[in-house]
Design a protein around this ligand. Structure first.
Ligand SMILES: [Cu+2]
Length: 137
């Protein structure tokens, strides 16, 4: 998943994975899963990443562990977060907390499906890659 500036014309467009929110498919998760997301900022702006509905931990040995719902992803840096979907199934949002960026496209939806108690616990990929990059035209 990438956070992205799209196109060369003003007004600038932004998005995740090069896709502004109006074209972006929701991320998928299920109650009970833990996802590790890599927030990779290859753009020219800092982006404070904000997630609705769940707190997350930043995976960085140099940080004091704390629960956060927003983390700044500085220009050129990668921030790894782990989020556990411990409940609250439904559609949630994530977006850049700079409102101009969000309005320019840097928002997305996250679908958290209910825990499926009828299936055996599946082997599952617990990581979702989110990277942040400028789309090459
Ligand atoms: Cu931003």
């Amino acid at each position: 998943m990438t956070i992205d500036e799209v196109g060369n014309n003003m007004p600038i467009q932004m998005g995740f994975n090069g896709i502004p929110y109006w074209n972006l498919e929701p991320l998928q998760a299920r109650v009970g899963e833990t996802h590790v997301w890599n927030l990779i900022n290859n753009s020219d702006f800092n982006h404070p990443f904000h997630l609705h509905g769940y707190f997350f931990q930043v995976l960085d040995e140099n940080r004091i562990p704390e629960w956060k719902d927003t983390i700044d992803v500085p220009v050129g840096e990668t921030v790894r977060i782990a989020v556990n979907f411990e409940g609250r199934p439904g559609m949630w949002m994530y977006h850049c907390h700079i409102l101009d960026h969000a309005e320019a496209g840097m928002m997305g939806q996250l679908w958290v499906g209910p825990e499926d108690s009828t299936d055996p616990a599946p082997e599952q990929d617990l990581s979702v890659l989110i990277d942040v990059m400028v789309k090459e035209e």
